[in-house]
Write a protein that binds this ligand. Structure first.
Ligand SMILES: [Zn+2]
Length: 218
């Protein structure tokens, strides 16, 4: 009698999670599936053999990924992280400047409203007491992978504008902006470029320091 035996790999779904599917380019349901090799007789799995590891399978496009794909934040969670980061880092910029400046506080409140429409000056006041400007880098770091360069530049530009609403970018404010830029994965040169282009756009006639006609101004 001829016995036909062989091996096959069976997948078993262990959990369903929401993840960002790189193939679909959006948030999807994914099945976490563990793979196991089976010994088969007449194509029927009879003896479970070794575990082959886990995969994450998109329920929409059915692509199988390494489980590490799930470590990328989803679009929905990125929105939450972005909202928190903008709020916290903006408060840090206000705190490290002249935070009695009504213009700067108003600019900061308006800036955060773009990500959280309920934000107001009272919340800003309590945020000012709560934030530690030395931690700017840690707050934005989860965004480094998830948002595009244009989004990072916009975030930093907004911080510079908030600082400038108070008159000037103080050294401490610049430090917060540098830390935030570094957390986002931008180079020092890139950060300096963003700061100077926002500052230049604000002053209508920037006079080069070498211009002899600029003289002493107040
Ligand atoms: Zn997919």
């Amino acid at each position: 009698m001829l016995i036909i035996f062989g091996f096959r790999i069976n997948f078993r779904t262990t959990a369903t999670i929401e993840f960002f599917c790189p193939r679909c380019g959006g948030d999807r349901q994914g099945n976490q599936r563990s793979a196991r090799r089976w010994f088969t007789i007449f194509w029927i799995p009879v003896i479970p053999l070794n575990q082959m590891g886990e995969v994450l399978e998109c329920t929409t496009c059915h692509t199988r990924f390494e489980p590490a794909v799930a470590e990328q934040p989803t679009t929905a969670s990125l929105q939450v992280i972005l909202g928190n980061a903008v709020r916290v880092v903006t408060a840090m910029v206000v705190r490290t400047g002249d935070h009695s400046s009504a213009a700067m506080r108003a600019a900061a409140t308006e800036d955060v409203r773009a990500v959280d429409p309920t934000y107001d000056e009272a919340t800003l006041t309590s945020d000012l007491a709560a934030v530690d400007p030395a931690q700017a880098e840690q707050y934005v770091a989860p965004l480094a992978e998830g948002i595009q360069i244009a989004g990072k530049e916009r975030l930093l530009s907004d911080l510079v504008r908030v600082a400038l609403a108070g008159g000037t970018v103080t050294a401490d404010q610049r430090r917060v902006i540098d830390l935030a830029g570094r957390g986002l994965g931008l180079t020092a040169a890139h950060i300096t470029g963003i700061v100077s282009s926002v500052a230049a756009a604000r002053s209508p006639e920037p006079l080069p320091p070498s211009d002899p006609r600029s003289g002493e101004t107040t």
